[in-house]
Design a protein around this ligand. Structure first.
Ligand code: F6R
Length: 357
């Protein structure tokens, strides 16, 4: 039920702080520590490489998950587009473990890979929001998202849930491997939930940004580096699917290798600056596009902000920035679509679960 909300998408965006809190409590054991199913931990122990298989927004969450698995848990990880993987399978490691990320648990492209992988006898996990869904039933193990039903076609709360559950999985597996984790993830997730709340409460600013940058534009670019690059991909997908504005997400350094030719007077370039290590580099990329007439909208993280930045995101742990940086992008897309009179919850040509390959 969307209650007093005009759209499910806005309701689901608003639910994100409580989704993160629910996830933390669902994955906390009696001793008060983060934990996941022991059988899943064992599957990680037996594997030498993780293969994440997903589509669309879930694929974008998978890219963040790869960072968590490699940096926190030390597990070599690859991320693959499900529709490609079936006929273009890479050489697999000796002991591969497969993680299917699928909000609906019904995506045919992902399922065809699961069927092939099962036939090869490799272990499988499905991370899904829908208990009893096809991929959940068919995989060896399930990691639940606990995000509650997602009705809007554009995925929002499932993405943040996926990122949070991936972080928890990496944290738990790291500890099971005896690796020291330098931060308290439970506490950092609670800080992130509060930060998300601040952003949910900043809707008016996001509506103004959408009006100022996207009301009449034909296209838009989203740029970032490191984690911000992956979130840029998600921001562009959100904008495309509900507002029909041609949008692309790019790694900041990659624009100059061709795409910068598309920058014209007034082209919106939405830029994320949350990664300290590369903040100077991404700001350099903004200068490059501004010199060609772009209209930059910089969203930076507290502690890294500069005078002309359009919005400052509340500070969270560097690994968890996707949980907060995606929020403005979701809201900006929502308002851009609304201003253009689009059907936000049911964009043209799209279905909530894609059951054809
Ligand atoms: C985008 C969106 C799609 C889905 C994709 C995968 O907002 O909703 O890109 O993320 O179709 O769906 P699931 O996660 O159900 O496998």
């Amino acid at each position: 039920e969307k209650g007093t909300y005009p759209h499910y998408m806005l309701k689901e965006i608003d639910e994100q702080p409580s989704v993160i809190r629910n996830i933390v409590s669902a994955y906390t054991n009696a001793a008060g520590e983060l934990s996941i199913d022991e059988a899943i931990v064992n599957a990680f122990k037996e594997a030498d490489r993780l293969y994440i298989i997903a589509a669309g927004t879930s694929l974008h969450a998978g890219l963040i998950g790869q960072q968590y698995m490699e940096k926190v848990a030390g597990i070599p990880t690859e991320v693959h587009i499900s529709s490609e993987f079936g006929y273009n399978m890479p050489l697999l490691s000796k002991k591969p473990l497969f993680l299917f990320i699928t909000q609906s648990g019904e995506t045919a492209d992902s399922r065809q890979v699961l069927v092939k992988i099962k036939a090869l006898g490799y272990p499988t996990i499905t991370m899904t929001n829908v208990p009893g869904s096809t991929l959940s039933r068919e995989a060896d193990h399930t990691l639940m998202l606990h995000a509650g039903p997602e009705i809007a076609v554009a995925s929002t709360k499932a993405y943040t849930a996926q990122v949070a559950v991936l972080a928890i999985t990496a944290d738990v597996v790291a500890k099971a491997f005896g690796r020291s984790v330098a931060f308290d993830l439970k506490q950092e997730l609670s800080i992130a939930a509060n930060a998300i709340q601040t952003l949910v409460d900043s809707k008016e600013e996001m509506e103004t940004i959408a009006r100022d940058f996207l009301a009449t534009s034909r296209n838009a670019f989203f740029i970032g580096r490191n984690m911000d690059y992956y979130v840029s991909l998600e921001g562009a997908l959100k904008l495309k699917e509900i507002s029909y504005i041609q949008a692309e997400g790019f790694a900041g350094g990659e624009l100059k290798h061709g795409t910068i030719a598309l920058i014209e007077e007034g082209t919106p370039v939405i830029t994320l600056v949350t990664q300290k290590q590369v903040s100077l580099n991404i700001r350099g990329n903004v200068k490059e596009v501004v010199a060609r007439g772009a209209n930059p909208c910089i969203l930076s993280m507290e502690g890294m902000e500069e005078e002309d930045d359009r919005f400052v995101l509340p500070k969270v742990h560097e690994l968890l920035t996707p949980l907060v940086s995606v929020l403005p992008l979701q809201l900006i897309s929502y308002y851009a679509a609304l201003h253009r009179g689009c059907d936000v919850d049911k964009p043209r040509n799209l279905a909530k679960s894609v059951t054809v390959e």
